[in-house]
Design a protein around this ligand. Structure first.
Ligand code: HH2
Length: 281
């Protein structure tokens, strides 16, 4: 039985881990750039992820890798136009990875249920009111700076406290714009304006976010910090590191896992959860 969007939003209460498969319709994503730019390939990848166990899908048409250039809203909409209806047909909740209200609106029109905004509502002032009006779920992610420059020299005093305070403030903004609290998901933004030690501290202290009472999403999949630790230069070879990072976050109560490798992550979470219940509220 596929999970509904409400099931996903309730996942920190029910203790059910949610695997969100990534479909990048981009020429330049760090791990699979260009592979799914062809609409048929993108839909096939979505189908493969669902077959492998993904409970939801996250689709993006603009890379947010360090140094990436912006894609205008109409360019994102054009990339997604033929793909989204076919992906929504697969029957799992679909999320749109965008910071632009126009892109989110066209995706919501196509049946998408979740807006994943890596700027947490800061990039486009129309995004939070749109999400409120449409009753969508919303992922608010922490990022220091912007993708073009974020890895230049990220500095924090206490990264865990700063990320928590930022997400609390953004959740407040979203609520002020009319998005109900129970439609929000928080994400520490692994790799977004963070050095290795920042990513590790955040993954080891997910409980300080889950304490806030929102479901927590983490996206460590294939990211560079895993290569720094393991020596794996090729993103697709970072599966072992991805699994460890997801399980460490699960131990702290993370509920939603945005990943490229839905099958192995689903299996790892099932075994981990069977051994001992995570500390979910
Ligand atoms: N990471 C990426 C993109 N979107 N959204 C959330 N909520 N959390 C994340 O950690 C996150 C995200 C970057 O990964 P990917 O989509 O694989 O690469 P790219 O941005 O280069 O397309």
């Amino acid at each position: 039985m596929p999970l509904s969007t409400d099931d996903i939003l309730a996942s920190s209460r029910t203790g059910r881990a949610v695997v969100m498969g990534i479909v990048n319709v981009t020429p330049d994503s760090f791990s699979d750039g260009g592979a799914f730019l062809d609409p048929a390939e993108a839909v096939e990848q979505a189908r493969r992820l669902v077959r492998d166990g993904a409970d939801a899908l996250d689709i993006g048409a603009e890379s947010t890798r360090p140094g990436s250039e912006r894609v205008p809203a109409d360019g994102q909409i054009a990339r997604l136009r033929t793909i989204l209806p076919a992906v929504v047909e697969l029957g799992v909740p679909v999320s749109i990875d965008t910071t632009r209200a126009a892109v989110a609106e066209s995706a919501l029109d196509a049946g998408v249920a979740i807006v994943n905004d890596v700027s947490a509502g800061r990039d486009d002032p129309d995004l939070l009111p749109l999400v409120a009006e449409r009753g969508a779920a919303l992922v608010l992610m922490h990022m220091l700076g912007e993708p073009r420059t974020m890895q230049a020299d990220p500095q924090y005093g206490d990264v865990v406290a700063e990320v928590r305070d930022f997400l609390c403030a953004r959740a407040g903004e979203a609520e002020t714009a009319g998005v109900p609290r129970d439609r929000l998901v928080l994400d520490p933004g692994i790799g977004f304006g963070k050095r290795l030690e920042h990513n590790l501290r955040l993954l080891g202290h997910v409980d300080s976010l889950t304490e806030l009472g929102f479901p927590v999403l983490v996206g460590p999949s294939r990211k560079r910090f895993l290569g720094e630790l393991t020596g794996r230069e090729v993103p697709a070879e970072r599966l072992g590191g991805t699994l460890a990072a997801c399980l460490a976050a699960r131990a702290g109560g993370a509920a939603i896992f945005r990943v490229h490798d839905a099958g192995p992550v689903t299996d790892a979470l099932k075994v981990f959860d069977a051994i001992g219940r995570p500390r979910v509220s």
